[in-house]
Design a protein around this ligand. Sequence first.
Ligand code: FAS
Ligand code: PHB
Length: 402
Amino acid sequence: MTTQVAIIGSGPSGLLLGQLLNTQGISNVILDRVDGDYILGRIRAGILEQGFVDLAREAGVAERMDNEGHVHEGFELSMNGERTRIDLKTLTGGDTVMCYGQVEITRDLMDARQAAELPTYYNAEKVTPHEVKSDKPYVTFVHDGEEYRLDCDYVAGCDGFHGVSRQTIPAEIRTEHERVYPFGWLGFMADVPPCNHELIYAMSDHGFALASQRSATRSRYYLQVPLTDKIEDWSDERFWDELKKRLPADVAATMETGPSIEKSIAPLRSFVCEPMQYGNLFLVGDAAHIVPPTGAKGLNLAASDVATLFKIMTRVYKEGDKECISQYSDIALRRVWNGERFSWWMTSMMHDFGDDLSGGNNMEPLMYKRFMESELNYYLGSENGRKVIAEQYVGLPYEDLK
Ligand code: FAS
Ligand code: PHB
């Protein structure tokens, strides 16, 4: 079996890349170790940067997003109940974000791929890249008990944090940077109207909370919880009671509650693998980097990786320029590190680190807490400060190839 680009992973990175390559007639095959239903069962991101929205339109998968998604012109930061709105549209000169669940855009991409009858192998086992430093790499895998070899020109490792691609880069060449946070996020989905028309990121003496949404009738909430907490520790009633303690009082007083339709606890980490390329293997999205979701950057950094790799593949196959492939890692990492820093900064300001000194603070915990409160007050208290937050949140422009 032969293709031009072998894509490992059928999450948003792999599907978006495959769809874009197809618009340029660049053949690609997607391999995933699970099936589509399992992928669609993973509740994840909810905010798309303008760059992602533009890519979805370019890939021809934006119709439902444009009809059912909600453009958000701002969001709020609440400090112990004091609310400050970050007016994205005014502060950035017109930029906004799209509130549309990752599950939905992934479903749209899967439907488009199926309609285009593009080759996709779900439940592929033992997916293994080979000879990625040569000009004839290939990927082997087992499907329905049969062994396959997929010859290709390039391998896109879109297989997430626990995938095989990153491990293909020899340990002595790979540098992995990691910061694990001393808390997790308890995510909660319920079919109740959102408590506010825009997102509210709230810090309080009880810890962090986020009020997000999926539609006019479906809300998505998060609470900072200790890493030792288990889902069974959190009844719906306990969740709503704790959420109301952390959100602004006027919002808590009027919000609608109801039974959870999904509850999960996710650990938080900042992680970057350098380089993001090894010969003809390219790491894309969570395969190369992870951010704490406080800045709504995870899915959006995956999209900017896809945009860069798509530009490179288009130049390789349309202009015969193979030199440009060496630009991938540097271009991708510049935007990744910016997104990592913003996500770390938002997480550091908005969460209660308790007695944790592992974050390099090395100071008495209350002093660190006062520093972070002062930093957030400074940024919220000045238009320049709010502008910095706004332009980071909508996402910096994608970098072009040289
Ligand atoms: P994904 O992990 O989505 O997809 C990788 C795919 O590769 C999977 O389908 C997997 O089955 C497959 N795979 C793995 N190993 C393989 C192998 N050996 N062979 C074949 N296939 C293999 N981001 C935000 O912006 N906001 C959020 O609120 C947010 N919340 C999150 C909550 C959780 C619990 C998690 C885990 C992530 C969250 N993220 C959030 C980040 C998330 O949205 C990712 O950025 C996004 O899924 C990245 O997409 P992919 O790079 O495609 O990786
Ligand atoms: C979500 O809706 O899941 C969401 C939104 C913004 C974030 C994190 C998660 O920063």
